[in-house]
Design a protein around this ligand. Sequence first.
Ligand code: HAM
Length: 420
Amino acid sequence: MTPPKEKFSVPRGMRDFYPEDMAIRNHLFDSWRQASAHHGFEPYDAPVVETLDLLKRKSGEEIVHQIYAFKDKSGRDLALRPEMTPTLARMIAARQGALSFPIKWYTIAQCFRYERMTRGRKREHYQWNLDIIGEPSVSAEVEVIATAVQGLRLAGLQDGDYFVRYSSRRLLAELLDTLGIPPDLHAATFLALDKKDKTDDIGAQLVGESFTDAQWASVEKILNLESLDEAGELLPDDSESLAQLRQFTQSLSHYGLENIVRFDISVVRGLAYYTGIVFEAFDAKGEFRAIFGGGRYDDLLRDVGGKPETGVGLGFGDVVVCELLEALGRTGAGHTRVDVAVGYMSDAQRPAAMRIARELRNNPSAVDLALSSEKPKQFFSRVGGGHYKEAIYLGPDDVDSGKARMKDLETREEREISIP
Ligand code: HAM
C-alpha cells in the first residue's frame, strides 16, 4: 500500500485568497486607490524584501522583534518588510535633490510581522500607506486623515461606525515636563501608555521602571485628561503643541470631520519615530484592534541619511476593516461579476461562440466562454447564480440563422444579436 500523500496548508498566520476573498480585497483596494486619487496622492512601490539594518534601526521597538529576517546566498542580511515607512524614507532620501516637496504618495504594500495571532492580527497583511513629506503645518495631518476617512466610506463603513482618536507626543512631553517627569523617562512613559489597554497595571510597570510614586501619580493625572481644554489648563499660554492642536481641530471642522476625530490623551502609538500628532481609528464599539494608525515623524529622513524633512503618514491594514465590515454585514457581493456567459449545445457551435466572445471582449465586456458544450439546462443553472449579468446560449438553429439571443439574467428579457 502506498503511504497517504502529505497535505499542505497555508503557513500559520498567512492567508490564501480564493476568488470570493479576492472580490472583497479588490473592492477594498479600489476604495483605497480611489480615495488616494481623489485627494491627489501619487502611487509608488518598492520590493517586499528590504535591508535588515534599515528596518532594525528605523522601525518601532516592538516590530523589530517580529521581523522575518534571512540571509541571501551571498550572506546579505535581508528581511520581509514589516511596514513601509523606513522604505519610503530610504526612497525619498535617495532622490531628495530631484524631488519637489511637499510630496503626497500612497502605496498598498504587503507587510510581514511574526506576531502572536489574535483577532485582527495576522503574520501577513496588506497596508495602505498615505504619506506627505515636506509639509510642516497641520494641513498634512488633516489631509491624510480625510483621505483615510474617505477610504473607509468607500469601503462601506458609515460615519458613526468608527472614530479617529488623536493626541500629540509633543503635547504629552510638554505635560510630562510641566509635571516634573524628566525627559529620560518620557520614552518609557510613551511605551507604557501605548500598552495601556493591554497591560492591567501600568502604574506597577512604571514604578518598576524607576518612577517614584509621585511621578506615577502625575502620569495618572495626565491620563485622566478628557479634553484639549483640560490639557490646556496645565500648560503655559504659549504652549506650542497646544497651539498646533488648536489649528488642527479648526481644520478638522472645515473638512467636516469634527464629529469623527476626537482628542484622546492615551493615543501615543507604538512606533519609535513619531514626533508630533499621532492618531488611530477604532470601531465605535471598541471591539476590534486599530483600523488605521499614523502620525508625524519629523526626524526620519535625517535618520536614514537624508536632509531633514518633515513627514506625516498613516498605515491602514486590510484585516481589521474587513472583520468590521463583516460584523456589520457590509462586505457586499461575494464574487466579481462577469458581464456575459457564452455557452453552446455541441462542438459544431463552438466556432460561432468563440467569434461572439471575441467581439464582446473587444467591446470590451468581461466574457466567460464555456470550455466545452453543455445541455441548455446545465448551462442556465450554472450561470444563473448571480455571478453573470447576461447569457448567450447557441444551438444549431441560431448558427444557421446567424442570430443569437442575449438574455438578461435578472429581468429575463432577451435581445437579438448577430453572430459575427
Ligand atoms: P502600525 O500601527 O504598526 O503603523 O500599522 C498600521 C496598521 O496596519 C494597523 O492599524 C493595522 O490596521 C495594520 N496592521 C499592523 N500590523 C498588523 C498585523 N499583524 N495584522 C493585520 N494588520 C496589521 C505602521 O506600520 C506605520 N508604518 C504607519 C505609518 C505610515 N506611519 C506613517 N506612515
